[in-house]
Design a binder for this molecule. Structure first.
Ligand code: DGL
Length: 270
């Protein structure tokens, strides 16, 4: 199988996964689709969000015709992988919190899980914790405010350190407990875009674990060795194109987005 690969997220978070894919397969054609008219996903009710994710991915796959779809969004993957796989005729690779590698890396066996409100409460996430971190303490922190900060950063603004610090206060507190938290799962693809700021604010050095490299390896397995020689054109799509998004995509070498759905449908529940 050869590319191209389509990456889907609610906003710019999937660019952290796009960067990992580019490192693994520099020649691969990438499509990027974001449903920024519905951002943030992490505060939306499950039923309408599932319908929305399937509708946006169907429209983007029809427009770009990729070999593989990467759902570069934990909030979408922990909810809608099954209906996506049922609906689409191509392989769908999901992104879920990297609990297993984090549990292997932690020396104290106390992990932090930074994710959206929705990802934290999903049964899928609870099952990951039970299966892969049974012997660990897991401190979950709903950090929806960081999604906004990551969007603003890629639009050209500096992250608001006071806002980040306030959102992460429970994480810093857990580094003072016994056993002390030493490893943090970045369970939202927006958060790796902020790692330098997060590391600078942390009161002690922490290990930050995201899913980008694992996703890139999985896509590489699906596409095989030919994939890095298949240079196809990149294309981007958005449900609410605009100058800040164009700037964020350009920082990752991607072209300005095409509008994906008719304007009247872009912000409405399908
Ligand atoms: N980037 C998405 C994730 O990985 C979520 C951002 C949002 O709340 O829209 O969970």
């Amino acid at each position: 199988m050869t590319g191209p690969v389509l990456i889907f997220d609610s906003g710019v978070g999937g660019l952290s996964v796009a960067a990992a894919l580019r490192r693994h397969a520099p020649g691969i054609g990438l499509g990027y689709v974001c449903d920024n008219a519905w951002l943030p996903y992490g505060l939306r009710p499950d039923a309408s969000l599932t319908r929305r994710i399937v509708a946006v991915c169907q429209a983007a796959v029809a427009a770009f015709r990729p070999a593989v779809l990467v759902v570069a969004c934990n909030t979408a993957s922990t909810l809608a992988l099954e209906p996506l796989r049922r609906t689409l005729a191509i392989p769908v690779v999901g992104t879920v919190p990297a609990i297993k590698p984090a549990a292997a890396l932690s020396r104290t066996r106390h992990l932090g899980l930074l994710a959206t409100t929705a990802t934290l409460r999903r049964p899928y996430t609870q099952r990951l914790i039970e299966r892969f971190a049974a012997g660990c303490r897991v401190t979950g922190i709903a950090a929806d405010a960081l999604v906004h900060e990551a969007e603003a950063r890629l639009g050209g603004a500096d992250p608001d350190a006071a806002r980040l610090d306030a959102a992460l206060a429970p994480l810093w507190q857990a580094t003072k407990e016994e056993p002390a938290l030493d490893t943090v799962v970045l369970g939202c693809t927006h958060f790796p875009l902020l790692t330098p700021s997060l590391a600078a604010l942390a009161p002690v050095p922490l290990t930050w674990v995201d899913s980008g490299e694992a996703i890139a390896r999985r896509v590489g397995q699906l596409l095989g060795p030919e994939s890095s020689r298949c240079r196809a054109g990149d294309q981007t799509f958005a449900t609410a194109p605009g100058p800040l998004l164009t700037r964020a995509l350009a920082a990752y070498g991607m072209p300005p987005p095409l509008p994906l759905m008719p304007a009247a449908d872009a912000a409405a529940a399908p």
